[in-house]
Design a protein around this ligand. Sequence first.
Ligand SMILES: Nc1ncnc2c1ncn2[C@@H]1O[C@H](COP(=O)(O)OP(=O)(O)OP(=O)(O)O)[C@@H](O)[C@H]1O
Ligand SMILES: [Mg+2]
Length: 236
Amino acid sequence: MSLHVEHLAKDYPTRSGALTVLRDVSLDLERGESAAIMGPSGSGKSTLLHLLGTLDRPTRGEVRLEGRDPFALTERQLADFRNRHIGFVFQDHHLLPQCSVFENVLIPTLVAREDREAMKAWARQLLDRVGLSDRLDHRPAELSGGERQRVAVARALIHRPILLLADEPTGNLDRRTAASIGKLLLELHREERNILLVVTHSAELAELFPRNWTMDDGCLQALSSSPETRIRSGLS
Ligand SMILES: Nc1ncnc2c1ncn2[C@@H]1O[C@H](COP(=O)(O)OP(=O)(O)OP(=O)(O)O)[C@@H](O)[C@H]1O
Ligand SMILES: [Mg+2]
């Protein structure tokens, strides 16, 4: 029950040659564990989340989720694996404007043959959990920014993912709303016992997490020297 990342690297091809964004990232997280990743703009935080979310392929290194190498799957199997086991919350919520709050949360369930009624019941429960029971029929444009992010959090959890990835989930929100979304993410993470990785520029949000890592020169460094910090530098 874990996320295992070993010597992960990512180069992007550019007109002036290969650009190395991630040099050597290794980490281990078990179910029920979480970490916040900070670091300057352009340091590769989103790139790392994209690789862990299997939205992009690494140049080198390996990712194992629940002992499985997702990149060994065919594109179709990978899409199914991602849909079932990985939840995303982005800074820009990516909600579908023409769909209601309720429909947006159910979108990930449309591709698979699943028990519709059970999914609807769980979607209602999740929306209740994020405090939006009285907004089910609203379109995203009829919500506040914080409410949209809460819909995105509910949608990310519809398949009870093993891995929940959030890329600056509170980036566009005022401090108070940001703190409440951060706390909500952590609460739901604890209830669901998933693995939660959050990228943030907010030290306030990062402080809520037991582990703080920073992206520096293409490698992850642990900010605290707490014994539970299980991050392996490229040299170890
Ligand atoms: N498809 C791409 N092709 C070439 N270079 C890319 C590509 N995507 C990202 N980069 C470069 O990789 C670097 C890391 O980008 P990334 O989006 O991971 O940064 P970040 O740490 O998330 O920054 P921010 O805090 O601003 O979101 C940047 O310098 C960016 O220009
Ligand atoms: Mg980014």
